[in-house]
Ligand binder design. Structure first.
Ligand code: GLC
Length: 506
């Protein structure tokens, strides 16, 4: 098995993780200063949301130079130091590569925009206005929600396509020069030693060359949630070859965010496209309900097992409200941690979930994100002091109760959710059943999800009570980890407390 199958990935949103320079925005030196904490926690890899040069209209998902670090975050030398220090602690590092679009400030786009004859005109998707004037088709952008996915460039009289903000023009991946340039970008970072990439909006890359109108019943949905064209798969096979040419199992993890596709599994190809992918939005928006999770686990296994693909599991990220907020209680967040870290597949944690952080309440006057996602991007409180370990007031408000929910305080409390994550991560690493084994759903009472993980003689039983009542659920074994910490090391008595989850060793 590969490291990216058995390991656990921790997503860092660099702006909000840790600030070393004192400008209120997190940076690479800040991350480097906290590596010991991440090693103590017990994760295997870090995924950094974009750190490249950017005008930050979409907070780094609008890249103006793929081969340099934005000065807000530091320098290439800072990155090299971070990578070396992470590797020295056994932590791999994934970058967040944004291939679907660049910033409108990227030199490629400036040149493309300069004239219809520009050698880079064909690097982006330019079209004449519709016959009566206006955008070339009815596609909608994701941000600002509901606006056309086209912007007219008055000087050259054509529109350019952008599935996201007008400041994020879509590249034309059918153009071989674009592909060559982007493969160079990947090699630039692979040569520096990065362990792989999270690939942004991967389902956006191939576009139907006819750019057809959407049928009226779909016309209000952003094209970024619908675009699913066959030509993407050849693009992915080429990318896979570039990455697989490097030693040490570099990895491509794709963000596939599709509303209508029955399955996202086609993006694995025949084992020759993405290594891993997120099946969004289902992955992050399955409600806290035993039946819904049973169905999801069965569905993922039913689709991925036959093609030999390996699942990922994720509850929160920088685009959706945190699951602690969605599920409504710390008890549920604790049980969700047991689930996330014991399912079959690679878990992805989002910074701060191990602290049980909720979304920040961001007053209108401080909202900055064009997609309304500020709440889940609130800064990580490191200690109980007034500045919570940040040398200057951070760019977004604190999440609730930072004086209580901070790293220092929760590290000092063995009963905290932080220690629960640490125990689960240690157990997962030690148990082949949990990090590599098979999964079998077990019969269970209503509101309880039960499954067995097994690898040879190593076995675990996991029971999750989603209900607000105690649940009688027969099983035998010793409680290895309990979401509320109760009875660990003792024999399981056959009843789960309200909202409790346990890992049993038979
Ligand atoms: C992805 C990112 C999101 C970003 C968008 C455009 O969905 O996760 O944060 O805004 O792509 O790049």
């Amino acid at each position: 098995m590969r490291w990216w199958q058995t390991g656990v990935v921790y997503q860092i949103y660099p702006r909000s993780f840790a600030d070393a320079t004192g400008d209120g925005v997190g940076d690479l030196e800040g991350i480097r200063g906290r590596l010991d904490h991440l090693a103590w926690l017990g994760v295997d890899a870090l995924w950094l949301s974009p750190i490249f040069r950017s005008p930050m209209k979409d907070f780094g998902y609008d890249v103006a130079d793929y081969c340099d670090v934005d000065p807000l975050f530091g320098t290439l030398a800072d990155f090299d130091r971070l990578l070396a220090d992470a590797h020295a602690r056994g932590l791999r590092v994934l970058l967040d590569w944004v291939p679907n679009h660049t910033s409108d400030q990227h030199p490629w786009f400036r040149e493309s925009r300069a004239s219809r004859q520009s050698p880079k005109r064909g690097w982006y998707v330019w079209r004449d206005p519709a016959p009566g004037g206006g955008p070339p088709n009815n596609w909608r952008a994701a941000f600002p929600r509901g606006t056309p996915a086209w912007t007219l460039d008055a000087a050259t009289g054509q529109h350019y396509l952008h599935l996201f903000l007008p400041g994020q023009p879509d590249l034309d991946w059918s153009n071989p020069d674009v592909r060559r340039a982007m493969h160079e970008v990947l090699r630039f970072w692979l040569d520096r030693g990065v362990d792989g990439f999270r690939v942004d909006v991967v389902h956006g890359l191939g576009k139907d060359p006819r750019l057809p109108d959407l049928p009226p019943e779909l016309a209000a949905i952003p094209q970024s949630a619908l675009n699913d064209h066959e030509s993407t798969h050849e693009i992915l096979r080429e990318l896979r070859r570039t990455v697989d040419a490097y030693p040490e199992n570099r990895v491509l993890v794709g963000e596939v965010w599709l509303l209508l596709a029955r399955t996202h599994a086609r993006y694995f190809g025949r084992g020759d496209e993405l290594h891993l992918l997120f099946e969004l939005p289902a992955a992050v928006l399955t409600p806290w309900d035993a039946g819904a999770w049973r169905e999801r686990v069965a569905d993922v296994a039913g689709r991925l097992d036959p093609i030999g693909a390996w699942p990922t599991w994720v509850l929160s990220n920088h685009d959706v409200p945190r699951h602690r907020t969605r599920f409504g209680s710390e008890a549920a967040a604790r049980s969700a941690a047991v689930l996330l870290l014991t399912l079959r597949g690679t878990p992805f944690l989002y910074q701060g979930e191990e602290l049980g952080l909720e979304d920040a309440d961001v007053p209108a006057g401080r909202a900055v994100d064009p997609g309304g996602r500020d709440g889940c991007r609130a800064p990580v409180p490191w200690d109980g002091s007034a500045g919570h370990g940040w040398p200057a007031p951070p760019w977004l408000p604190w999440p609730p109760e930072p004086e209580r929910r901070n790293v220092e305080r929760l590290r000092a409390d063995p009963g905290s959710i932080l220690h629960l994550y640490r125990r689960l991560l240690a157990l997962r690493r030690a148990s082949p059943a949990l990090h590599a084994g098979s999964l079998r759903l077990l019969d269970a009472p209503a509101r309880v999800l039960a499954y067995e993980r097994a690898a040879g003689p190593d076995r675990r039983t996991v029971l999750v009570n989603f209900g607000a009542e105690p649940a009688r659920c027969p099983a035998s074994g010793r409680i290895e980890v309990a979401s509320d910490g109760a009875g660990e090391g003792a024999a399981y008595g056959g009843v789960l407390a309200p909202g409790e989850a346990v890992v049993l060793r038979p």
